[in-house]
Design a protein. Sequence first.
Length: 316
Amino acid sequence: MKNVLVTGGAGFLGSNLIDHIFQTERHVKIWCIDNLQTGSEKNIVHLLERTDFVYIKHDVCDPIDLDVRFDEVYNLACPASPVHYQSDPIKTIKTCFIGTSNILDLVRKCNAKLLHASTSEIYGDPKVHPQDEDYWGNVNPIGIRSCYDEGKRAAETLIFDYKRMFNVKVRVVRIFNTYGPRMSRSDGRVVSNFINQALRNQDITIYGDGLQTRSFCFVSDLIEVIYRFMQNNSEVSGPINIGNPNEFTIKELAENVVEKTCSSSKIIFEKLPEDDPKQRRPNINKAQKLLLWTPKVQLSEGLQKTIDFFEDPSNG
């Protein structure tokens, strides 16, 4: 029996990952840790009666003292939306660094393999486009987003120092904008914001001129490549960019949402927030070559699935 720990397991990505592992493997037991800061028990309620699933409400900033020898640890514990990570920036950077330190100590004790969810935010407002893994980024270290940007950068530093000093087995992925079912209605990022506003026929708010671009990856594609990287037997530790390289302006995204929801919403423009990146698009050559992975779900299909989830009142 393989023992797997997923931190942030009640969140958007974590709960989808747990489902994917159970659908793919038979002889596995999964421990889910989440402090429910942004996660929800609704995302894992269908798992709670399983004997091969254990949920523990716990904050990774506190040491993880479990009498279990884990084989694999997926670290997804951290708020990822600006609305959430800026609401308590000190907590965010502590989660990034202290939380990762606690997880690394556990991984080292168990001789487990760690997959760490880093982020495209480590590139800041990039001056290189598209971004590949060799680009060091353009980050404001004292800006309102830096608690997350610099927190994730520091976490990567710590991970690779553990690898060099203690030969810890690590995998690091840099995640670009992801969306899909189980996103929180209060997520605060553009996909959820636009869908919420469109379904209520409210004005859709674009910050800036709407010409800034993002690349949107559907959650099932992202979970598939995360799982593949963990199971890959190569010595590659990353970091590896994972995301959909198809690029859209924020205005195009808003127009797509209005069309698919048949909404009467109007698009309005507000001031661009501080340090908001103008372009974001991954170079995924490494993921394609190493993991034989290319995203399958295009924006039109993924948006419809996400809208369907938001329209269902049982998803609260």
